[in-house]
Write a protein that binds this ligand. Structure first.
Ligand code: NAD
Length: 338
């Protein structure tokens, strides 16, 4: 039995996490979900969008599945998502992105993974007004932060039998911050002679990703570039509805889709739960539940390939529930065959 903190989030979060939980349970994994609410609705009761019970639950269970949480734009409370990553030092954001069967895209054979530094950079939250007419945000890049994320990326490449790591930066302009990231990356790369290394300036990287994404394998980069490029890459393989993610630290891991809370679609039973279900697959692999993870992955691929129960974003008209039920039927069939 696994004790897992479940943060449904808001917007479409409740629908997509509920789908993921049903699928995980149908795969045969036994889970005790510790459900914890976070976000704007908690402010009235607890005075904070990230109440202490959420933190305590994650500390205890060391693993969480999380739906998206809305962050007010321009003003209001700071991002709960960023706060969680900082609170548990979840320094590695892993965002795999690959061509999926039955999902229409202009590209074929994409199979890349973005490894985004998750704590530093312009997301460190050191931002203030300078008088009334200027604002300043400080970009923080440290040797320790760069070293551990680049090492994580190379270790990931070795573990997953991948052959190339592309280091993405803008060190031609930001000579100190991105310069430090690149210098550290070059040093770390020397310890991995079996992995091919490539350096790419972030703007050129964007162009290459829309021209020849199939050439890329593991990409490692500072926080902001990783945030932007992972949405770009999601767009290459069918959109945010199919892009999973993991936030990994040395002790604790939180799994969540790349997408946000999509408030306009909340409560309409139309969101695509694939990204959250595949985040659940990453979580099960992390927990060592490999057989169930692979079975869910296969069931999702079968439903996508058959194309009869696709959600609106993939060109279909199925509801979140109908898509989820189709995956559960596939799971049942796969279980009876094994
Ligand atoms: P979004 O990801 O919510 O939506 C972008 C577009 O993708 C929208 O058209 C949306 O409908 C579509 N989309 C997203 N997920 C989908 C799904 N599962 N199925 C089908 N279509 C889907 O991004 P946004 O509109 O920029 O952000 C909305 C809110 O989410 C903001 O408050 C933002 O701060 C927050 N956010 C949270 C997280 C997180 O919790 N980790 C991540 C990103 C954004």
């Amino acid at each position: 039995m696994h004790n897992i903190t479940l943060i449904p989030g808001d917007g479409i979060g409740k629908e997509v996490t509920s789908a993921a939980c049903k699928v995980i349970e149908a795969s045969g994994v036994s889970v005790n979900w510790d459900i914890q609410e976070a976000g704007a609705s908690m402010i009235e009761r607890h005075g904070t969008p990230l109440p202490p019970p959420v933190i305590q639950s994650i500390k205890k269970n060391r693993i969480a599945l999380k739906g998206p949480i809305t962050t007010p734009i321009g003003s209001g409370f700071s991002s709960v998502n960023v706060a969680l990553r900082k609170a548990f030092d979840l320094y590695a954001n892993v965002r795999p992105c690959r061509t999926l069967p039955g999902v229409s895209s202009r590209y074929e054979k994409i199979d890349l993974v973005i490894i985004r530094e998750n704590i530093e950079d312009l997301y460190a939250g050191v931002e203030h007004m300078v008088g009334d007419d200027a604002a300043e945000s400080i970009k923080i890049i440290t040797r320790k932060g760069s070293e551990r994320i680049v090492k994580f990326a190379f270790d990931y490449a070795v573990k997953e039998s991948r052959s190339k790591v592309t280091v993405v930066h803008k060190a031609n302009i930001m000579k100190y911050t991105d310069g430090l990231f690149l210098e550290v990356a070059r040093n770390v790369a020397e310890r991995y002679p079996s992995i091919q290394v490539e350096e790419m300036i972030v703007d050129a990287m964007c162009m290459k990703l829309v021209q020849v994404p199939e050439r890329y394998d593991v990409l490692v980069m500072p926080n902001l570039y990783g945030d932007i490029l992972s949405d770009l890459c999601a767009g290459l393989v069918g959109g945010l509805g199919v892009a999973p993610g993991a936030n990994i630290g040395d002790e604790i891991a939180i799994f969540e889709p790349v997408h946000g809370s999509s408030p306009k679609n909340a409560g309409k039973n139309m969101a695509n739960p694939t990204a959250t279900i595949l985040s659940g697959v990453l979580m099960l692999k992390h927990l060592g539940e490999i057989a169930s993870a692979l079975k869910i992955e296969k069931a999702v691929m079968n439903v996508l390939k058959k194309g009869r129960h696709l959600t609106y974003d993939l060109g279909g008209s199925a509801t979140t529930d109908a898509f989820t039920d189709a995956i559960i039927s596939e799971l049942t069939e796969l279980t009876s065959l094994s």
